[in-house]
Design a binder for this molecule. Structure first.
Ligand code: ZN
Length: 172
């Protein structure tokens, strides 16, 4: 297992649409293991494969923040089948350091996917897990949480991110 580097906005890898996983090979298995370890190390509560530079439809989630091993989910080719209700809550992203913004999401979702051992699974989630799943599935389509902000708010956040990036370049 290995912790993989997480791409930071505006890395173009974050904007690419990820491809369907065709068969769960040893490589895909290793990706899932590394993503779980990378999420744990960050620490984070969700991670999508494009964030570690892999253009495949794989996500991991841990709404318990490392407290409950049974809460950890790894999903391959996840699809949101249905959504219900709406809720607004503050959200962050490992690829957008220091950004924390209120985002409106569905309150409940049903997600169909494959588990890493190749079983078809259907996950019914609400609250935090529903939010994580929507955020991570967004990543698979190159969508970031800033895309959910209104124009002015988004411009402010992008300015902050550009400033941070310039500082990082100057410091290296
Ligand atoms: Zn994210």
């Amino acid at each position: 297992m290995a912790v993989r580097p997480i791409l930071i906005y505006p890395d173009p890898g974050l904007r690419r649409k990820a491809k369907q996983v065709q068969g769960i090979t040893e490589e895909v298995f290793a990706l899932v293991r590394d993503m779980l370890e990378t999420m744990r190390a960050a620490p984070g509560i969700g991670l999508a494969a494009p964030q570690v530079g892999v253009g495949l439809r794989v996500i991991v989630a841990d709404p318990s923040s490392g407290e409950d091993p049974k809460a950890v989910l790894a999903l391959i080719n996840p699809v949101i089948l249905s959504t219900e209700g709406s809720s607004v809550a503050e959200e962050g992203c490992l690829s957008l350091p220091e950004v924390s913004e209120e985002v409106e999401r569905a309150e409940r979702v049903t997600v169909q996917a494959e588990s890493p051992d190749g079983r078809k699974v259907e996950v019914e989630a609400e609250g935090l897990l529903a939010r994580i799943l929507q955020h991570e599935v967004d990543h698979l389509d190159g969508t970031l949480l800033i895309d959910h902000l209104n124009g002015v708010k988004r411009e402010l956040v992008e300015q902050k991110l550009r400033k941070r990036q310039r500082e990082a370049v100057e410091a290296s």
